[in-house]
Design a protein around this ligand. Structure first.
Ligand SMILES: C[S@@+](CC[C@H](N)C(=O)[O-])C[C@H]1O[C@@H](n2cnc3c(N)ncnc32)[C@H](O)[C@@H]1O
Length: 276
């Protein structure tokens, strides 16, 4: 067992971890993220009965343990999300996107949506509740939720949320209507849960078999990628959208250099990238 403290990381191992996370998920973690590696990897070190993060690196280097390697990457993803995040996006969907697609798809009555970095599911389920509130219950609607991390998707599938999670962004009227008490937590109703399905997908992989979608959320994930990865993903996302379909990015994210594929529009205070 190493004599160093459990959280200590040698410089060489820091580089190794940066490269591991980048190669596995495309996530760039700069040189000043020591605290993040320490706080996120210490629980894995303890679980495996190792002495330190340096020992964890030694294990990964020697045995190339795929499962442990994946756990390390999943631990380094940031899964922050909440219901109706960026409310202007949902308002734009309600007032501009839905009236148009309802008209355009009136024959098939089919609508397809994708939450491309779904985390624990709040984004996909916010959309599902919004659609139910728009009397679209008799339409053929599918919401795909995907994420790199299988752990967060397990939570998304369960549709069970803590009090603190339903306190963030969810109107009380929707809590009462679509959730029921489950011990100290809240269980989302079957009517909402069955509108979404969740799958593990790495956004850097080809998306050609997905879609076509009317709307893709890809919010608060591009910030973790470098410029080259972002551009490649934007091109792939474009390929999954109907012409005129919407891509929604996070508030801090811009789609520089993608004018070839998208028109940037401001709709109801929301920035929307419309597929050409
Ligand atoms: C901050 S959350 C965003 C959740 C939600 N979209 C929102 O805006 O509230 C970012 C998510 O991106 C996922 N992620 C990171 N790298 C990824 C990759 N290469 N492919 C797919 N998902 C990834 C993380 O696991 C995490 O759940």
């Amino acid at each position: 067992m190493s004599t160093s403290s459990i959280a200590s990381i040698d410089w060489e191992n820091y580089r190794f971890l940066q490269e591991h996370v980048y190669s596995q998920a495309g996530i760039v973690l700069e040189d000043n993220k020591h605290y993040l590696f320490e706080s996120r990897l210490t629980p894995i070190v303890r679980r495996l009965g190792l002495g330190s993060i340096n020992d964890l690196c030694a294990l990964l280097k020697v045995s190339r343990e795929a499962e442990v390697g994946r756990q390390v990457v999943e631990a380094m993803t940031t899964n922050e999300t909440y219901f109706f995040r960026d409310p202007a996006h949902y308002e734009a969907i309600r007032t501009a996107l839905l009236p148009r697609v309802k008209q355009e798809r009136r024959d098939t009555r089919k609508l397809r949506f994708w939450s491309a970095a779904a985390s624990t599911g709040q984004e996909a389920y916010s959309l599902a509740m919004l659609l139910l509130e728009q009397n679209l219950a008799d339409w053929d609607i599918q919401i795909l939720g995907t994420d790199f991390s299988s752990q967060v998707l397990e939570r998304a599938r369960a549709g069970k949320y803590q009090q603190i999670e339903v306190n963030r962004g969810l109107p009380a009227s929707l809590l009462v209507k679509y959730f029921s008490r489950s011990g100290v937590d809240w269980q989302l109703s079957e009517a909402v849960r069955r509108m979404a399905r969740f799958e593990t997908i790495d956004l850097r992989k080809s998306m050609r078999t997905l879609g076509p979608f009317d709307l893709v959320f890809c919010r608060n994930v591009m910030i973790y990628f470098d410029a080259e990865t972002k551009k490649k993903i934007m091109k792939e996302l474009h390929g999954t959208l109907f012409r005129g379909g919407w891509l929604l990015l996070g508030g801090a994210e811009t789609a520089l250099g993608v004018e070839e594929w998208f028109d940037k529009q401001i709709i109801e205070n929301a920035t929307v990238y419309v597929a050409r």
